[in-house]
Design a protein around this ligand. Structure first.
Ligand code: AMP
Length: 432
């Protein structure tokens, strides 16, 4: 036998029912984000490498050691996107963001790629669901995306989550903060690893991304972001804190949330879950008021977030899939196949949200029924979330009399009705 191929390290296939659970989460996102005016954007899976260097930042972990970068046949340097905000902003700038009516409200979902050491909740290909709001400089913009985010989380049954909020100074205040962090950590630099020493020299704010417990301890009493805010930034932050309770957004402040991407200014936030292990961040986001201009567009305020969809699905305890009536149409033998095809289509026409599967193995009613029985007894393993499982048994008797035999798998009740009465009988079954 030839050797079996495996999925690349750090990737995971989504087969039913998991794929359907992810799709259901994405449908909820479309529904809820759509109700706030956010429409979907899709950008390329790969972009020019320079885009990420200029946006996410040269000295971030993502750019400097986690990117899947390759040269194409014409020698262009391309990178599988490690995140989606840069691509969204690039696309908007390219299409003439200055002409677009503001605000611009967009959401996306799709795979992202980072060359990280795989472990529980950390993959090399993972999925994100994200939101971007452009053209709203005031705290109401931050409040809107956070409110919408929590509405989405609550809709998925996640009611115990809290946003951890911080505000990173911008402009000269950011320089001063960065300098102060540098001064605070420098006396301890001999105790740091090579990588953190490099961060200290090149971009002290990135020290907050370190996993080194010693450094985390040192940073515990480092200067605080909030002490460096200029008056306008402080007002922005205070206003956001006033608005969040109105939007039913539970939050607490933390000076250590600095986020591993350079483009954030002012508001940053994360949501973590105790139900995840070491990789406990479900999502991260914040304001990035300079990014559009950095990528060649006009100055445009912006705020957004990215949810790690794999982690989100992992912490969910409810099933987001819509409940659907399930029908197994079981022809007794191949002589009944044509009859079964017709009946299956009549059920689909009567119940548009039903799942109607036909068994074409012609192995008799009893064996045909076993599949339906499995779905009825183990609904969580089924691709769809069944709202009642019924079998439609069709043999010579039914075919000749133009009838159908319906069997309810949960009660075992069985009845034979004229085929012409199907819409009425199915309608009645649905009401139950
Ligand atoms: P970031 O784009 O780094 O702000 O990450 C936003 C969210 O994406 C995180 O909170 C995680 O939930 C998720 N995420 C980031 N990297 C990974 C990864 N390697 N595997 C799975 N999820 C990830």
């Amino acid at each position: 036998m030839s050797e079996r191929l495996k999925a690349p390290k750090g990737t995971h296939d989504l087969l039913p029912p998991d794929s359907e659970k992810f799709a259901a989460v994405e449908s909820r996102a479309r529904e809820i984000f759509g109700s706030y005016g956010y429409a979907e954007i899709r950008t390329p899976i790969f972009e020019s490498t320079e885009l990420f260097a200029r946006s996410v930042g040269e000295t971030t972990d993502i750019v400097h050691k986690e990117m899947y970068t390759f040269t194409d046949r014409k020698g262009r340097s391309l990178t599988l996107r490690p995140e989606n905000t840069a691509g969204v902003v690039r696309a908007l700038v390219e299409r003439g963001i200055q002409e677009m009516p503001k605000p611009i409200r967009l959401w996306y979902h799709g795979p992202q790629f980072r060359y990280e050491q795989p472990q529980a909740g950390r993959y090399r290909e993972f999925r994100q669901i994200g939101v971007e709001l452009l053209g709203v400089p005031s705290a109401e913009g931050d409040a809107e995306v956070l409110e919408m985010l929590f509405k989405f989380l609550r809709a998925l049954g996640l009611t115990d989550l809290v946003a951890v909020l911080n505000c990173i100074p911008k402009g000269a205040a950011r320089q001063a903060f960065s300098r102060a962090v540098f001064e605070h950590v420098r006396p301890h630099s001999a105790r740091l690893g090579a990588e953190d020493r490099k961060r200290l020299e090149e971009n002290p704010l990135r020290l907050f991304d370190s996993k080194d417990p010693e450094l985390i301890r040192i940073l515990g009493n480092a200067p605080k972001t909030l002490d460096f805010l200029d008056p306008a930034s402080r007002e922005h932050h205070d206003e956001l804190k006033r608005l969040l309770p109105t939007g039913l957004v539970p939050f607490r402040e933390s000076a250590s949330v600095v986020r591993g991407l350079d483009y954030y200014t002012l508001t940053v936030f994360e949501v973590v879950s105790e139900r995840l292990g070491a990789q406990n961040a479900i999502l991260g986001g914040g304001r990035y008021d300079d990014l559009v201009a950095d990528l060649g567009g006009p100055p445009t305020a912006a705020v957004g977030f990215a949810i790690g969809e794999d982690r989100l699905v992992e912490v969910m305890t409810t099933d987001a899939r819509p409940e659907r009536p399930v029908y197994f149409v079981v022809p007794d033998s191949r002589y009944d196949f044509a009859y079964a095809l017709g009946v299956a289509n009549e059920i689909r026409a009567s119940l548009p949200d039903a799942v109607v599967e036909t068994d074409f193995n012609g192995r008799g009613i009893v064996k045909g029924l076993s599949r339906a029985g499995t779905v009825a007894t183990q609904p969580s393993k089924s691709a769809f979330r069944p709202k009642g499982v019924r079998a439609v048994l069709l043999g010579q008797k039914e075919r000749e009399a133009n009838t159908v035999t319906l069997k309810d798998l949960s009660t075992g009740a069985q009845q034979t009705v004229p085929r012409t009465a199907l819409p009425e009988v199915l309608g009645a079954a649905r009401e139950r």
